[in-house]
Design a protein. Sequence first.
Length: 373
Amino acid sequence: MRELRRAVEAYWYATMEDPEAAALEARRVASAVNILDETVFLNAHGDAYRSYRARNPLGKVAMGLELIRNCEEHSPIIFENLLVPKAYFGVPLTKAPTRTRVVYEWARYSDMPDEYVRVDSSATERAKRARAEALDGYRKSVEQRPVVDTILDALSFFQQLDPQLVAGAPPVVRWALAESTGLEPYAEVPDTDPRTELPTAYLVYRPMGMDQYEVFLSDIACRPRDRRSAQWPAWETTVTKRKVGLLQQAKSRNPPGTAREVLYQLIENGNVIGFSGRVEGPPTPGDSWVERTRQIANDIGRGYRYFVRLGKISVPLQQDGNGSVAATSDNHDLLCELPDAGAGPGTDISRLKLLEENPDLYLTTRPHPTASE
């Protein structure tokens, strides 16, 4: 647990360095999670633990991080785009290697190179890096989520299993970085004596010894959505509980772009539950989308345009009663002829379920009011 706490703290500060540094520390977190998962809890409780982990949403996160650990440890290549930068916050430093803190999200599974996840078909389930349980956990509970949220989810999972793993409250840290010897709240420590020669580089120091206490990430240019403790809910969970109206308002507004082209059916247990395709026109041309049928019908009712291509002709979708839709040409519904999305990246049922389970991701696909509104 101390190793996991150290790794989480180290990742937090590595987000002020560079993508490689952040990926190194994220890998370290995933390794610690895997040890707690397999060597400690699975070894102690066997099938009972395995069954509980499969049912627990946080357990799925721990399994998803195992995919990272396995691939990072055993892949013959380095996946340089494992962490995807999504936001940049200015940090009050003047001469540090970087003046920003980056919010990283995990890459989509579909974007991972074959060499990273592929294994010989003859490999045993235990030997497979992308074994089914880890793959399922990554795709459903890890990909495209903020890295901090997922690692704090994993930490919370183990602490819920054994509350003794919750460490004592941390001391109050006055400064997130090295305390200044002058009047400034932050200090950059030079690698040479500035009284005798000009420094060739500046180093930034962070508080030491914090791994002995419960993780509470230091305030490095934080924003309200930053999750800093395993005892806090994930930001997307907070959105669900505190801003349900935000999601409802987003669904009551038309999607971005001038129209959406329908390319695939979303079929589950033999039933069409929705459709997917790409956005036409600004502001996000070429972006993929997925929606339930009823939501599409509601959008059409507000005047938004969905269409199917028939050669060079665009056939618009129309409401067809009871939340259903149709694209009729010569008394024939063209939607029935569309292919099943299958496992198409960004257009399949797993993408739809991911958006439904993580409202913050769904909100990025539709215009929605800000908190100030």
